[in-house]
Structures are given as structure tokens and as C-alpha cells.
Ligand binder design. Structure first.
Ligand code: HEC
Ligand code: HEC
Ligand code: HEC
Ligand code: HEC
Ligand code: HEC
Length: 215
């Protein structure tokens, strides 16, 4: 008996060492997975079927976001424009450009361009564009300066913690709703007082309870 006891006692340091190694490896892969850009999706910038540039259209040409994303103030989802919106201009402009071939084909064949989604919340999380815009939260707060992007890239994590950071203290993130698509707006003097009275008048009270975002 005594001998068996001492034999297995000798195994204890070995087992402990193995457990420690397993824990460390598990820890590393945990942070690898949760910290990697694929999980948080920050930096995700897929190639699109058409070399469409926000920098050219929304930046250099100065088009308002709502010319194309015209549902964004009215509905939960912001629409991606149908090809006929592009053809408002491109039935006249860039007729000699090969980069526009897929746009003309889509229009002629009446088949939508298969744009690849950049931002995507999981099914179980509820988000509504129109309400945020009405409350003076600008596109740039959540999407960055899209008017400078050749190719749209996700710049914020869109994680629960990120949503809640703003919900807990929205004042510094708000602006007059007329300025929500302006990429170059900056807070004028006295913005803090403006924000406080805007919050009061409009009874802005972003939810922190689970059922608001998980319904
Ligand atoms: C001329 C039309 C047009 C204008 C103007 C425009 N967009 Fe877009 N937008 C598109 C198209 C087409 C796509 C889909 C292809 C892509 O992602 O680049 C898109 C995609 C996006 C996406 C990514 C959607 C996703 O898949 O997650 C965001 C965010 C966005 N636009 C924001 C803006 C903002 C902000 C402005 C104003 C500064 C703006 N857009 C102006 C046409 C436009
Ligand atoms: C408070 C943060 C926030 C603001 C403000 C915001 N967006 Fe978004 N946007 C998101 C989130 C989150 C998603 C992903 C939604 C989903 O997967 O259901 C998204 C998705 C999109 C999409 C893809 C289609 C969709 O609705 O899922 C487009 C296009 C877009 N946004 C454009 C805009 C434009 C243009 C503005 C300003 C007029 C804007 N967004 C303002 C957070 C925001
Ligand atoms: C308000 C007018 C207007 C609208 C609407 C518009 N564009 Fe453009 N687009 C232009 C102008 C102007 C140019 C620059 C043409 C040039 O350089 O000759 C351009 C250039 C382009 C180019 C680059 C052509 C090249 O190779 O130089 C592409 C691709 C393009 N647009 C795609 C789109 C798509 C896709 C849409 C719809 C989502 C769209 N455009 C909507 C005005 C517009
Ligand atoms: C930059 C600030 C900001 C960010 C980021 C933000 N919100 Fe909000 N949210 C607000 C404000 C302001 C309101 C408006 C509250 C009001 O009008 O009472 C609001 C309201 C809401 C509401 C209640 C209104 C409704 O649609 O039922 C939900 C749900 C919501 N947000 C979900 C989200 C989710 C999910 C995210 C993250 C993906 C998010 N929000 C990110 C500022 C923000
Ligand atoms: C302001 C909106 C908002 C509120 C309020 C909110 N959540 Fe979430 N939650 C989200 C979003 C957005 C995600 C998706 C995060 C992602 O894609 O990484 C999420 C993800 C989750 C997940 C999935 C695991 C994870 O972390 O990714 C759980 C579980 C969860 N929420 C539980 C809760 C509980 C419990 C509450 C109440 C105490 C709550 N949430 C309140 C927006 C919210």
C-alpha cells in the first residue's frame, strides 16, 4: 500500500505541470480568437464586385449619404442603392470606363449587383438606424469617415461593450440631427450645454436593459 501511495504521489508534480501547460495554451488560444480582427471584425474590408469608391462619390463629388442610402432615416436597415441609382449618372458619365461594365450589365439584365456586406450584427442583437439618426447620432460615430474610404472598412468593434459605452454617456456623441451625415462637423463652443438641453427636450435615454437589444 505504502509503495503505491508514494508512486502516485510522484505523479502529482507531473500532472500539475501538464495542467499548467494546458491552461496556458487554452488561455493563449482564447485571447487569440477573441482578440483577433476576424472576431471583432475591426479592419474587415472585403473586395467588392465593383470598384466603387466612397472617397470619390461621397468625398470628392460631395454626394450626401442619403442620396444612395435613402432608407437610413426611415427604417431599421440602411439600404444599399439599387443599380438604377448609379445609372442616374452613369447612363451619361463614364461610358468608356470598363470599371462600369458590371454596373451597366446589372442594369441591362435587371440583376442586382452582389455587394458584400461589411457590417453585420448577430441575429440575436437588435439595432435600428432611424432612431439613432433622429437622436443626433451621426454615421461617423459608428462607421468612421466613410467619405475618405476607397473601400468601406469596419472601424468600430460593434460589440456589446461598445454599444453600452455610448448608451451610458451619450452627450459627447450627439449633434443636431441635421448634421448626421456631415463628415466634417465639429462641436462648436458651448456644445456641452447644447447637448444637455437636447437630451432633456427630446427625452433621450438610451437603454441598458437586456431586452432592448435582445428581443
Ligand atoms: C453613390 C451612392 C452612395 C453614396 C453617396 C454613399 N454610399 Fe455608402 N454604399 C454605397 C454602395 C453601392 C455600397 C455597397 C458597396 C460597398 O460596401 O462599398 C455602400 C456601402 C456602405 C457601407 C457599408 C455597408 C455594409 O455592407 O456594411 C456604409 C457603412 C456606407 N456605405 C456608408 C455611407 C456613408 C456614411 C455615406 C456618406 C458619407 C455614404 N455611404 C454615401 C453607395 C453609396
Ligand atoms: C449608432 C451606430 C450607427 C450609426 C449612427 C449608423 N450606423 Fe450604419 N450600421 C450600424 C450597425 C451596428 C450596422 C450593422 C447592422 C446589422 O447587422 O443589423 C450598420 C449597417 C449599415 C449598413 C449596411 C446595411 C444595414 O443596415 O445593415 C449601411 C449601408 C449603413 N450602416 C449606413 C449608414 C449610414 C449612411 C449612416 C448615417 C446616415 C449610418 N449607417 C449610421 C451602426 C450605425
Ligand atoms: C451623382 C452622379 C453619380 C452617381 C449617382 C454615381 N456616380 Fe459613379 N461616378 C460619378 C462621376 C462624376 C465619376 C467620375 C467619372 C470620371 O472620372 O470620368 C464616377 C466614377 C465612378 C467609377 C469609376 C470609373 C473609372 O474607372 O474612373 C465607378 C466604378 C463608379 N462611379 C461606380 C458607381 C456606382 C456603383 C454607383 C451607384 C452605387 C455610382 N457610381 C453612382 C458620378 C456618379
Ligand atoms: C454613439 C452612441 C451610440 C452607439 C455607439 C449606439 N447607440 Fe443605441 N442609442 C443611442 C442613443 C442616443 C439612443 C436614443 C435613445 C432615445 O432616443 O431615447 C439609442 C437607442 C437605442 C435603442 C432603443 C431604441 C430602439 O431602437 O428601440 C436600441 C435598441 C439601441 N440603441 C441599440 C444599440 C445597439 C445594439 C448598438 C451597438 C451595435 C448601439 N445602440 C450603439 C446611442 C448610441
Ligand atoms: C445596447 C444594446 C445591448 C444591451 C442593452 C445588451 N446587449 Fe448583449 N449584445 C449586444 C450586441 C450588439 C451583442 C453582439 C456582440 C458581438 O457581435 O460581438 C451582444 C451580445 C450578447 C451576448 C453574446 C455573448 C457575447 O458577449 O458576444 C450575450 C450573452 C448578451 N449579449 C447578453 C446580454 C445581457 C444579459 C444583457 C443585459 C444585462 C445585455 N446583453 C444587454 C447588445 C446589447
Amino acid at each position: 500500500m505504502a509503495q503505491i501511495f508514494s508512486k502516485s504521489a510522484n505523479m502529482i508534480p507531473v500532472i500539475t505541470l501538464l495542467l499548467i501547460i494546458l491552461l496556458v495554451l487554452g488561455g493563449i488560444s482564447f485571447f487569440w480568437y477573441y482578440g483577433s480582427p476576424k472576431f471583432t471584425d475591426v479592419g474587415y474590408r472585403p473586395d467588392q464586385p465593383v470598384d466603387y469608391s466612397h472617397k470619390l462619390h461621397a468625398g470628392d463629388l460631395g454626394m450626401d449619404c442619403r442620396y444612395c442610402h435613402y432608407q437610413v432615416e426611415k427604417s431599421r436597415h440602411s439600404n444599399i442603392p439599387p443599380t438604377k441609382v448609379c445609372m442616374n449618372c452613369h447612363s451619361l458619365i463614364g461610358l468608356d470606363k470598363e470599371t462600369l461594365d458590371p454596373v451597366r450589365e446589372s442594369f441591362a439584365n435587371n440583376t442586382p449587383i452582389e455587394w458584400i456586406r461589411v457590417h453585420n450584427l448577430p441575429e440575436y442583437a437588435y439595432f435600428d438606424h432611424s432612431l439613432h439618426l433622429r437622436s443626433g447620432v451621426a454615421c461617423i460615430e459608428c462607421h468612421g469617415n466613410v467619405a475618405m474610404m476607397e473601400k468601406v472598412q469596419q472601424v468600430e468593434p460593434l460589440s456589446m461593450g461598445w454599444c453600452l459605452d455610448c448608451h451610458r454617456d451619450p452627450a459627447s456623441h450627439l449633434r443636431p440631427p441635421s448634421q448626421v451625415t456631415n463628415m466634417y462637423w465639429s462641436p462648436p463652443k458651448g456644445h456641452d450645454e447644447w447637448a444637455q438641453s437636447f437630451i432633456q427636450e427630446n427625452q433621450i435615454n438610451p437603454p441598458e436593459d437586456c431586452s432592448a437589444c435582445h428581443r
